[in-house]
Design a protein around this ligand. Structure first.
Ligand SMILES: [Zn+2]
Length: 703
């Protein structure tokens, strides 16, 4: 037999295969996407984004907007700036005075450290809580732990009355706006929120600048807008805050808080805390300061003064698109905010860097002929820190279009604070995240992130599950979407399947002046390897969503989670005194049937060639929308999604079946029964849609 060995033509062929660039050879876009993102590029971007503090609506903020615009243009995209006019307060006076037993006028400014030039900035806003009303409050102080409803319950049992007092709450557990709402509901006249060293200070590890945790005078700025009622511009609920939009009076805006509120450091809080009388606190209320905490009131008396400059100010989103070749109207949106309380190295600029790097990656592919089937939209939101302003107004402006056409929203806020990958998502997109993690390696050891994340989540198990890389089912645990970032309007208001992801870490300088380039390059991601990895994840996720023949939405996981949540909620009915004839049996059964149908559907990767993909995709994309109801949730009509919402008393954490939970807690049995029927009807529609899809596939010859 004659072989080709030694034949010049053979070696010529081998040689030509080796030198032909990859894209011409196989259009292996995924491999290319993994190669483009680079740590050096990310470092340079983050450096530019964090040059100055850049609060929403400021000149410095606009310089960041221009930088983002210029970068996108350099990539070959055509960005546009989309402005809205929103009700935005800047601090004029924030004063904390301790009048008794010592006298002290603060708050103390954040300390400058010689190795970190940024920590000396004079153009940074002092510690303040955005949307605190103007006002003064004075009097004795009561310590309320995390300031949750159950904490005030404990105080009542201890016989401590907070009415007419200033309450001192520590940061953590719930969104700070919830602390303001609960303080108001309990009759407090003012609120101080401080960062306890037990929560993100020296009890966690070394403090800045020796370590990543919050130092003595580090203060957490932040909004206390009642976003759990509705986020976005307070004066234009439900509609975009354009120039001509109708605005309500600030006095009518339900998401504006009522009592003067001020954030302080533990350096200042200890001056108050150590002079509180009253009983000793329950053990789990004790924080990290070196004395036994008391509830108060007592010797300590303080006054708070807050004066804001409230005005309608412009904010600027930046939007750039890679048009889809086959379905230009179907949008995959990848976004993050660009406004920051200070320099915002972690929050938000690590995420902004990642989205820019993902845009650079996909735009580079476009130059080589890459044409995604669906349109990829890169979005850089303004005013997130104030109350998700830019994203909410944009979604409100495009609500009908997005409800009909948006395939998914991918959010990457706090893209990198360390090395631990985490994500929250609609149940339908969790399997996609797992799939992506199988393809991207952990920079630390070169192993697939899927393996790393599984090991972190299953510390006690030694053996990897045999099916881990087979894409057959979900092996990783991801959270639910509550609130606290820009996916809120997409998911809760417009029903767009959404996910939010990033690398977490020892992030003790949240919303402090130390969230800057020095922190990132010493503690967060010194080599910017995780920024590059996150950009690979973001670009690959956008690519898969935009290019998949069948939209990667996992109906079975949705059914599975709704079943689990219904069973869990049913268990609490007894404790809440719900009448025995009222139960979630109907919802549980519907979820079981839905899960069976979804399982019977099987994987959607081997569809018959003549089956119309457009119809299949349309049916899949409708599932999430079935859970929207125009009337919204009880007490908060802006929130349209009936299966998930931020908890009214958690603010960040998600609540499943929020309407049912609401009436159960209020012990309103008639309304509870109606709510159960409404939710069950929605789930039944999802079951029906899934059944139709299975029947369609069956008649087309699948299985
Ligand atoms: Zn953020």
């Amino acid at each position: 037999m004659k072989t080709l060995r030694g034949d010049r033509r053979f070696w010529g062929m081998v040689f030509s295969v080796l030198v032909i660039p990859l894209p011409l050879l196989a259009q292996d876009w995924e491999s290319q996407i993994l190669q483009v993102p680079q740590p050096d590029s990310c470092r340079a971007t983050l450096f530019r984004l964090t040059e100055e503090p850049h609060v929403a609506g400021t000149e410095e903020g606009y310089r960041v907007v221009q930088y983002i615009q210029n970068r996108l243009q350099a990539f070959g995209l055509q960005p546009e700036i989309v402005a809205y006019d929103v009700y935005l307060p800047y601090p004029r006076t924030v004063r904390l005075t301790v009048t008794r037993p010592d006298s002290f006028v603060g708050p103390t400014p954040e300390t400058g450290f010689p190795m970190d030039k940024d920590s000396y900035a004079s153009n940074v806003f002092p510690g303040f809580n955005a949307y605190s009303p103007d006002g003064e409050a004075q009097g004795q102080v009561v310590y309320v732990n995390y300031g949750r409803p159950e904490d005030y319950e404990t105080l009542r049992r201890l016989g401590v009355d907070v009415r007419g007092k200033i309450v001192l709450a520590r940061y953590g557990k719930v969104f700070r706006g919830v602390k303001a709402k609960v303080a108001e509901e309990n009759g407090a006249v003012g609120l101080l929120i401080y960062s306890d060293p037990a929560d993100d200070g020296y009890m966690k590890g070394d403090i800045y600048p020796d370590g990543p945790y919050r130092p003595e005078f580090g203060v957490q700025r932040g909004s206390i807008q009642y976003m759990f009622l509705y986020p976005g511009d307070p004066l234009t609920p439900g509609v975009a805050a354009t120039g001509e939009a109708k605005r309500i009076d600030p006095a009518e805006a339900e998401n504006l808080p009522a009592i003067p509120t001020l954030p302080i450091s533990y350096g200042d809080a200890r001056r108050i805390l150590q002079h509180l009388g009253g009983p000793n606190v329950p053990q789990h209320w004790q924080g990290g300061l070196p004395f036994a905490y008391h509830t108060g009131p007592g010797a300590a008396e303080v006054s708070i003064e807050v004066k804001m400059d409230y005005q309608i100010r412009p904010i600027w989103n930046v939007i750039a698109k890679i048009p889809g070749s086959q379905y230009p109207d179907q949008w995959v949106v990848v976004g993050n905010h660009h406004d920051a309380w200070t320099y915002g190295a972690v929050d938000p600029s690590s995420g902004t860097t990642v989205v820019l790097e993902a845009a650079r990656t996909l735009a580079a592919l476009v130059k080589q002929g890459y044409r995604p089937r669906r349109t990829i939209v890169f979005a850089f939101w303004d005013g997130e820190e104030y109350g998700l302003l830019g994203s909410t107004e944009w979604v409100e402006a495009h609500r009908d279009f997005l409800r009909k056409n948006a395939v998914a929203y991918v959010n990457i806020d706090v893209g990198v604070a360390g090395k631990n990958f985490g994500a929250s998502a609609t149940p339908g997109l969790k399997l996609l995240i797992q799939d992506i993690l199988a393809r991207v390696n952990d920079p630390k050891n070169g192993r697939p992130l899927l393996e790393q994340v599984w090991r972190t989540q299953n510390k006690k198990k030694k053996q990897l599950p045999p099916g881990l890389f087979t894409r057959d089912s979900l092996y990783l645990r991801f959270g639910h979407l509550g609130s606290g970032s820009d996916y809120t309007a997409f998911f809760d208001h417009a029903g767009v399947p959404s996910l939010s992801m990033g690398f977490g870490g020892p992030y003790g300088v949240y919303h402090a002046i130390y969230d800057n380039f020095y922190w990132m390059s010493h503690f967060g991601d010194p080599e910017f390897l995780y920024h590059a990895a996150m950009a690979r994840i973001a670009a690959l996720t956008a690519h898969r969503l935009a290019n998949a023949e069948i939209v990667p939405f996992d109906i079975a996981q949705y059914a599975r989670e709704m079943l689990k949540h219904a069973e869990k909620l049913q268990k609490t009915f007894g404790e809440e005194g719900v009448p025995e004839d009222m139960h979630l049996g109907g919802i549980i059964e519907t979820c079981r049937n839905w899960l069976d149908e979804a399982r019977a559907l099987g994987g959607l990767s081997d569809l018959p060639a003549d089956l119309n993909r457009d119809i299949v995709n349309e049916m899949i994309m409708e599932i999430e929308r079935l859970f929207l109801s125009e009337r919204g949730l009880p007490g908060r009509p802006w929130y349209k999604h009936q299966l998930f919402a931020p908890g009214l008393y958690t603010g960040y954490a998600a609540r499943a079946y929020p309407g049912i939970f609401y009436f159960m807690k209020r012990k309103d049995w008639d309304k509870l029964a109606a709510e159960i029927a409404l939710v069950q009807e929605r789930l039944a529609r999802a079951l029906q849609k899934t059944r139709e899809l299975r029947e369609l596939l069956q008649s087309a010859g699948k299985n």
